[in-house]
Design a binder for this molecule. Structure first.
Ligand code: SAM
Length: 246
């Protein structure tokens, strides 16, 4: 997969050189290219923003640098990418969307600053390629770089070969499948006893069926406690089928 990111703070994207995403890049599983939007400005101050039409506080990102930047990125590749525009007014970024985007060969992210990007940029590229406006949550950050880090990591860990054990993301909270509506329950490792806290007995029983059912019950308990609204999407028939299979 190829990911291009156009930003006025390329250095903000440096965490993409470390850990899981950094390793995926080093192994050639992910090609990330970070571009400085100011490279496509032509004035002495490398201006990327201007006052909003209609008045009001804040500044708006000018369409010209974005247009030149995106034209250059699109011209430097084969095929047509999907354009991902981070914005608090976008559709929620979910595990389902991460799975969908992980199947795309090429994504271009446009993290903005100020009050966002002049709307005509979305209109212009919406006519040529698939544009998705995406929010990482119901709060407002100062810029789209942190959302791009979040989305890139969520997508990258789903790419074939990136995680040592592909099954590890299949059991995650929100992972599509019979447990999709449930959060993941608690996890434990050695030692079996720590400061008087014991690992639940069932986990050391070696009984796979009982362990699976315990995990399902804990997932239900945690979902009811933290995200009760998710339970409505749970499918009890899928749980029963899974129980019968274990
Ligand atoms: N005035 C805008 C609004 O209320 O929708 C907020 C602009 S915000 C200060 C600047 C930029 O940060 C946005 O254009 C977007 O790129 C990014 N951003 C902030 N919060 C975000 C969120 N929750 N999800 C995705 N991107 C976000």
């Amino acid at each position: 997969m190829r990911i291009d990111i156009v930003s006025i703070f390329p250095e903000y994207l440096e965490p993409l050189n470390v850990s899981l995403v950094g390793k995926a890049r080093a192994r050639g599983l992910l090609d990330v290219r970070v571009h400085d939007l100011r490279a496509w400005t032509h004035d002495r101050h490398h201006t990327v923003d201007d006052t909003p039409y209609g008045g009001g506080p804040g500044m708006v990102m000018k369409p010209e640098p974005w247009g030149e930047a995106l034209d250059a990125v699109l011209a430097d590749g084969e095929g047509i990418p999907e354009l991902i525009v981070p914005t608090p007014s976008g559709v929620p970024f979910t595990q389902r969307l991460a799975v969908e985007l992980s199947a795309a060969p090429w994504l271009v992210f446009t993290p903005a600053r100020y009050e966002g990007i002049d709307r005509r940029v979305i209109e212009e590229y919406g006519a040529r390629l698939r544009v998705r406006e995406v929010s990482i949550g119901d709060y407002v950050l100062a810029g789209g770089e942190a959302p791009v880090l979040v989305m890139t990591e969520a997508i990258a860990r789903l790419l074939p070969g990136v995680l040592g054990n592909a099954a590890s993301h299949q059991d995650d909270s929100f992972a599509p499948g019979p447990m999709a509506a449930l959060l993941e329950g608690p996890v434990y490792t050695k030692p079996p006893s720590w400061r008087g806290h014991e690992v639940p007995e069932v986990l050391v029983s070696g009984h796979h069926g009982k362990i699976a059912r315990w995990r399902r019950d804990e997932a239900l308990r945690r979902t009811i406690a933290h995200r009760p609204e998710l339970i409505a999407g749970a499918d009890p028939a899928a749980f029963d089928k899974r129980d019968r299979a274990t």
